[in-house]
Write a protein that binds this ligand. Structure first.
Ligand SMILES: CC(C)(COP(=O)(O)OP(=O)(O)OC[C@H]1O[C@@H](n2cnc3c(N)ncnc32)[C@H](O)[C@@H]1OP(=O)(O)O)[C@@H](O)C(=O)NCCC(=O)NCCS
Length: 203
């Protein structure tokens, strides 16, 4: 049975984590993610420009609480569609992280009332094209680019489902935080209750 993967919703305080994840990507993966070669300074500018009031950023935490995967869901209330870009750390590929991030983006976009979700990638990106197809996106290839699209309806959404995913993600984060703290044998470990209160307050 495939293990469920917890996907967190990030905020502006996570810009540093997002940048570190993207900067860890090898040059070829950065090209696949952004459609062109992208230097560290370009990544930092991109992350600094993310509008968290409008867009959503979803991520998967590794055991050490570094980000194993990140998806940026671009939302524009003047547009009828949402747009997703994602990346997964090379050490975490082939375990369903990409599929989990894509599915989370579809769920959120549908719940926000968007009629469609787009994903643009280079046509040579066979992993992403297969991933999109499995998630039900229809891909059109033209001039070296692949544009994948899914029409959203109520079946892709569900407020309760999204609330449960958020709770699952919170528990997953707190468990990983606890395991890390225990592993580090900190002199004065914080209580799980305090960590929960701190995390809830930060959301
Ligand atoms: C594209 C990308 C996000 C995919 O991430 P991923 O986490 O490896 O994706 P998944 O694991 O969900 O699926 C990828 C493959 O792993 C397989 N897989 C999924 N779950 C699996 C599991 N539990 N065990 C083994 N294999 C699994 C899938 O079948 C798929 O295989 P296939 O390509 O042969 O069909 C990642 O390769 C990446 O970051 N690439 C660079 C950036 C990029 O291209 N971004 C897309 C443009 S926006």
């Amino acid at each position: 049975m495939t293990q469920a993967i917890a996907v967190q919703k990030l905020g502006p305080r996570h810009r540093g984590d997002i940048a570190r994840h993207l900067i860890r990507l090898p040059a070829e993966d950065r090209r696949l993610r952004f459609g062109q070669p992208t230097r560290d300074v370009g990544i930092e500018r991109y992350v600094g420009d993310i509008d968290f009031a409008r867009d959503r950023v979803f991520a998967i935490y590794a055991e050490d609480l570094a980000l194993a995967g990140v998806a940026h869901l671009a939302l524009d209330s003047h547009e009828p569609h949402a747009e997703l870009g994602l990346s997964v750390d090379t050490a975490f590929r082939g375990r369903g992280c990409g599929a989990a991030l894509l599915s989370r983006g579809v769920l959120h976009a549908a719940n926000q009332g968007y009629g469609a979700l787009y994903l643009h990638c280079l046509s040579e990106n066979s992993v992403m094209v297969r991933l999109a197809a499995r998630a039900g996106l229809k891909t059109v290839v033209a001039a070296g680019e692949a544009n994948a699209r899914i029409t959203l309806n109520h079946a892709h959404g569900g407020a309760l489902r999204e609330a449960m995913e958020e709770q699952f993600a919170l528990v997953d984060y707190l468990l990983k935080q606890q395991v890390l703290l225990i592993g580090r044998r900190t002199a004065a470990p914080q209580s799980p209750g305090k960590l929960l209160v701190d995390e809830m307050a930060a959301r």
